[in-house]
Design a protein around this ligand. Structure first.
Ligand code: NCD
Length: 309
């Protein structure tokens, strides 16, 4: 296993199965320890900078919650407009500045490769909370953790990835983890938003069974997990194309009950219209438990990177 102390978390592909198993075991331990107390004091006196140049609800608040529950403190900003980026400051200069204050940096930015750019100039470890349509490794780890939790194991599961597989950074990171677990992937996307061909080729080269179908109903027959995603409006140059594609796939309660009553339904959120709200009351709907799991996984990552576990 790679010692994560001082390491950046940039990409799903950086993890081996041993790494993901260890991170999940540390998350389990934190979950257990928080059962009878609100927080730990493992990172007392340490500072996390949460630099969010793009909108976020869960990822930013989850990183902040994780740091607070570890006993540490948080600084940061939640939009590029409220930072000196709006005055023309480069990312590198902003990161060099924050590096003078913080012990660890969690960042989200609209540009692919921005997390690596930040890591190149920061001494503090950088945790990528999403770089454009690139990667979102902490989300991928909490997704994996949720599948393990909900299904009992990840090995050999059939996972349907549905929605915007071209621009969705959570699925780009996720497939790099599922490939360690012998999962079968069924990719469901509008033709314009299919998973990039180089990723599919790479996964097949790794021995993974990867199928593509435009039909969600076909994919759901025999699936263990549905990972539903939002069409990524902000990545479209032509908004009329977004309008045309946004209703492509919608999961309803009727579909779950008729086709796959044992299905586990995940979604990184935010949801727009791709899962009807009547699914929420089903035991299959795991997406709010997934949110909770994000705190334990981010606690584990922060503590590991800080060398405290
Ligand atoms: C995702 C993201 O920002 O990539 N959300 C998240 O982090 N939970 C998914 C999305 O925005 O659609």
């Amino acid at each position: 296993m790679v010692d994560l102390k001082g390491k950046d978390i940039l990409d799903g592909a950086q993890f081996t199965r041993e790494d993901t198993e260890h991170i999940m075991a540390v998350a389990d331990d934190f979950r257990r320890r928080l059962q009878d107390r609100p927080s730990l004091d493992l990172l007392h006196g340490y500072l996390l900078a949460a630099l969010f140049f793009e909108p976020s609800t869960r990822t930013r608040l989850s990183f902040e919650t994780a740091m607070h529950r570890l006993g540490g403190d948080v600084i940061g900003f939640s939009s590029a407009e409220s930072s000196s980026t709006s005055k023309g400051e480069t990312l590198a200069d902003t990161i060099r500045t924050v590096d003078q204050y913080a012990d660890i940096i969690a960042m989200r930015h609209p540009r692919i490769g921005s997390a690596q750019e930040a890591a190149d100039v920061a001494e503090a470890p950088v945790l990528n909370g999403g770089d454009g349509a690139g990667q979102h490794p902490t989300q991928a780890l909490l997704d994996l953790y949720t599948i393990r939790d909900e299904c009992g194991a990840v090995d050999g599961k059939t996972i349907v990835l549905c929605g915007d597989l071209k621009n969705g950074r959570t699925v780009h990171a996720g497939v790099e983890l599922y490939k360690h677990y012998g999962c079968k992937l069924i990719l469901v996307a509008p033709d314009q938003l299919r998973m990039p061909a180089d990723i599919v080729t790479q996964l097949r080269g790794h021995g993974m069974q990867v199928e593509e179908t435009p039909s969600l109903e076909t994919a759901l027959a025999g699936a263990d997990v549905l990972y539903m995603t939002r069409i990524q409006k902000e990545r479209f140059a032509d908004q009329s194309e977004y309008e045309q594609l946004k209703g492509s796939y919608i999961l309803t309660r009727e579909m779950v009950e008729r086709i796959c009553p044992k299905l586990t339904v995940l979604h990184p959120l935010p949801r727009v219209n791709e899962i009807t709200t009547d699914v929420d009351a089903l035991p299959n709907a795991a997406y709010f438990r997934q949110v909770q799991n994000g705190v334990y996984i981010r606690m584990a990552l922060i503590a590991l990177v800080m060398g405290k576990v």
